[in-house]
Design a protein around this ligand. Structure first.
Ligand code: GDP
Ligand code: MG
Length: 796
């Protein structure tokens, strides 16, 4: 076959932050696709590049420091190299941290695929005065091609492509062999013959396989176990391990790692001249300050405080605009669609439900923007380091801090973020407690309830108290889990602190966008579906038996009204219709318009505000004026208006009572009634019960459900009307509202988070534990707060 026709697979490998993605983007341009590795959510980026008539298929593998089986990223990377057999592996190293990066290089070479070493960030290395002898480096590493690159400056890409096609043509990849010392080498020789027969089933190089068995690599042992002839090899490797332990005086894997480090140190010493390097980099200088024992924590908290304030104050501005937009859109639709189930579905169900959730997009975008900046500058890793001392007291690992922080954005993201933790016990504890961090989906619930029941002065403190309670509970629960389910110390803190960088605008935006789309998709799918389902469950069945004859009541009200109009207005004026007396009819119109415009102007105002009283006085004055001008008929016009108004009120009350009964007898209502006894001690009625149950699909749905429940009948869906509806509700008061916020904070993670947890732990056990423990905890804490509050006299 002619080379030019064959697809050449090129894998990019390297430490996190070495610049893989940057180079990947340089190489592939727009021809790329982002997906996930099968079964897991580690990102998989693939793209194409044509060069010298050859089509390269380029894969950006997950960043990793090593190729042991500690993390998913490591296993994915090595399996890809072994199973997919890329024609070329490009090892991208951060040249300014060459020694550390070479540790991975050595392990890559042991996988015996053709490879190229890309000395990336060469600009940084040069600026610090590092001098590298490329040919010596190549010699020590078995003759590998060495190419200097600058990902950001897009330099060296041509050379890289050139080198891929050349090396590939000649197939002259080197065989590299690190000598592990006579004991290990002897053991490898003993083991290799037993492993050769396995090669047809598992295509790892046999020398590497031998090393991994000696290292007791669990992933490899598992994949070998079932194979024919493997038992003998495994038995042999166990014996050898015991022997080696005696001979070497330390664990084999520790010894092997040590040999690798030694080798890398030697290569570095010979190939790199670091005499001119400033011992203290700028990053070191910044770190002296930011990770200082004394200032570290206060700076950290100050930054977090700043982030939260920015997120919530800046975010409020566009949120209000979106809210107003949806309100207007709802009214517009209300006007153009004719009455009936379709209108109710669209206006109440879809626009109301989804709209009440989309309002929070700006805050969420800002939160993710802040997290992306913290990550990309390198501060996030420092924060983990600073927090390690604190977290450790509660049985958490410093690295747990990052997923916990992500938890403020989204619990599902937080669970994915636990991947940075190597120890499975640390991971599970972190997954169990991270939903206690108040995720951004819970924010809408708090905002609505706080706006309705707490004065603006204390709103910030109320909100803060809930976030704080979440953090405290997370710490307590982590400690509880650590001392009961998972006894033992957490792993010691080993984490590379990447150098500080000025984040690029593009990468921050991409990071922010990737996370936010998750939320948007949720609003578009889960929340839309939940809104429609809730609308259905709250509107049907239609053919219920009403306790009262509402239609009869309506007719009676109309009749009484007509009688009174005749008696008190028409008869005294000796007319049969109001229109017969033009003067009165006009006056009625004028006064009504006056009242309407007053209502319109004061819609957003508090009755106690001075603006309100000014408008009120102006209206009264206008009416007095009218009275003077029309002394003889004014009282009749006013009488007529009062009667009409009270009829409207009567009708509205009857309508509300009817829709209230509708709701109560709907499917959702029946269900809510059924669970009401369980939540009554928390101060919740059946309507809150429905909202909470529906909120398990996604926490935002609590709001959209309340939106649907509390606004059925008045057709108006914006947040301020919901606030009013909540205030009017006799069952609600500040204590119930607070209890509700607490319950929403703690109870079961949403379906998405539970699903991610299942995928990450590969069993339904942990999502089940999470659901049960958090809902129980929510009940207990809410019970204490509600009943305690009532004892203290807050309950009214
Ligand atoms: P990955 O984690 O390996 O995918 O690394 P990224 O491609 O995301 O790069 C990490 C950071 O290093 C980004 O902020 C890049 O802009 C930056 N970067 C990448 N290559 C270079 C380089 O050659 N020189 C400099 N100065 N910065 C680089
Ligand atoms: Mg990357």
């Amino acid at each position: 076959m002619v080379m030019g026709e064959k697809k050449v697979t090129v894998a990019l490998v390297g430490n996190p932050n070495a610049g893989k993605t940057t180079i990947f983007n340089n190489l592939t341009g727009a021809r790329q696709h982002v997906g996930n590795y099968p079964g897991v959510t580690v990102e998989k980026k693939e793209g194409y590049r044509k060069f010298n008539d050859k089509e390269f298929f380029i894969v950006d593998l997950p960043g990793t420091y090593s190729l042991t089986a500690y993390s998913l990223e490591e296993v994915i990377t090595r399996n890809f190299i072994v199973n997919d057999k890329p024609e070329m592996v490009i090892d991208i190293v951060d040249t300014s941290n060459l020694e550390r990066n070479l540790y991975l290089t050595v392990q890559l070479l042991e996988l015996e695929r053709p490879a190229i070493l890309a000395l990336n960030m060469i600009d940084v290395a040069n600026s610090t005065g590092l001098k590298i002898d490329d040919s010596k480096l190549s010699k020590y590493l078995g003759g590998i091609s060495v190419i200097r690159t600058n990902g950001v400056g897009n330099e060296g890409m041509e050379n890289l492509l050139e080198s891929i096609s050349k090396t590939n043509n000649n197939r002259n990849f080197s065989s590299f062999r690190l000598n592990y010392g006579k004991e290990i080498e002897a053991a490898i020789q003993n083991l290799e013959p037993l492993l050769t027969p396995l090669y047809k089933n598992i295509q790892f190089p046999t020398r590497w396989l031998a090393l991994k068995l000696l290292e007791n690599d669990t992933d490899i042992i598992e994949s070998v176990q079932g194979l024919e002839g493997a038992q003998q090899a495994l038995q042999m490797s166990n014996e050898l391990r015991r022997e080696l332990l005696r001979e070497l005086g330390e664990d084999v894997e520790v010894f092997i790692a040590g040999q690798r480090y030694q080798f890398v140190g030697k290569v570095y010493q010979h190939a790199v001249d670091s005499r001119n390097v400033n011992a203290e980099t700028i990053s070191d200088k910044i770190d002296k300050f930011l990770t200082n024992r004394v200032f570290g924590l206060p700076i950290f908290f100050a930054l977090m405080w700043l982030v939260f304030n920015l997120v919530f104050t800046l975010g409020a501005i566009p949120s209000d605009m979106i809210d107003a937009g949806f309100g207007a859109f709802g009214s517009y639709l209300d006007g153009i669609i004719s009455d009936g189930p379709l209108k109710s579905l669209i206006v109440d169900g879809v626009v109301g439900g989804v709209g009440s959730v989309l309002v929070f997009i700006p805050s969420i975008l800002l939160l993710f923007l802040a997290i992306a900046i913290l990550e990309d500058t390198g501060y996030m890793a420092r924060a983990a380091f600073i927090m390690d001392r604190v977290m450790r007291r509660f049985g958490l690992h410093g690295k747990s801090f990052i997923p916990l922080l992500l938890g403020f954005g989204c619990s599902a993201t937080a669970m994915m973020g636990t991947r940075t933790l190597e120890n499975p016990r640390d991971r599970i504890i972190t997954m169990l407690v991270s939903p206690l961090m108040s995720c951004s989906a819970k924010l809408p619930v708090y905002t609505i309830l706080i706006a309705a029941f707490f004065e603006e002065k204390i709103a910030g403190n109320v909100l803060f108290s809930i976030y704080l309670l979440g953090i405290i509970l997370a710490m307590i629960m982590a400690w509880v889990f650590r001392t009961t389910l998972f006894e033992g110390e957490s792993e010691p803190f080993v984490m590379e602190l990447p150098p500080y960088r000025v984040p690029t605008f593009k990468s921050v935006l991409i990071h922010m966008w990737e996370r936010s789309t998750l939320y948007l998709k949720k609003a578009g799918t889960i929340i839309l579906a939940a809104s429609i389902l809730m609308w259905f469950l709250t509107t049907y069945p239609k053919d219920i038996e009403y306790a009262k004859d509402y239609d009869g009541l309506l007719a009676m009200a109309e009749e009484a009204y007509s009688e009174q109009v005749v008696k008190e207005v028409l008869l005294p004026l000796s007319i049969e219709e109001l229109s017969e007396n033009a003067k009165v009819a006009t006056l009625v119109d004028v006064i009504q318009q006056e009242e309407e415009s007053f209502l319109e102007q004061t819609k957003e105002l508090e009755e106690s505000s001075s603006e309100y009283s000014v408008l009120m006085a102006a209206k009264e004055q206008k009416k007095q004026q009218l009275e003077k001008e029309n002394t003889e008929v004014y009282s009749y016009a006013e009488k007529y208006i009062t009667l009409t108004q009270s009829l409207e009120e009567n009708k509205a009350n009857i309508g509300n009572e009817k829709s209230g009964e509708n709701l109560e007898k709907s499917y959702a209502g029946q269900f809510g009634k059924a669970i009401e006894p369980a939540i009554r001690p928390l101060g919740f009625d059946w309507r809150i019960g429905i909202s909470l149950v529906s909120g398990v699909t996604a926490k935002e749905v609590v709001v959209s459900t309340m939106g649907t429940i509390y606004s059925i009948g008045d057709g108006n869906e914006n947040a301020s009307s919901m606030t009013k509806a909540l205030q009017k509700d006799e069952h609600m008061n500040p204590l119930v509202a607070y209890a509700l916020m607490i319950f929403v904070l703690i109870y079961s993670p949403c379906l998405a988070a539970l699903a991610v947890m299942k995928r990450e732990t590969n069993s339904w056990k942990w999502p089940a534990v999470s659901f049960v423990y958090s809902t129980t905890l929510a009940w207990i804490v809410t019970f204490l707060i509600y009943q305690g509050g009532k004892l203290l006299g807050f309950g009214s």
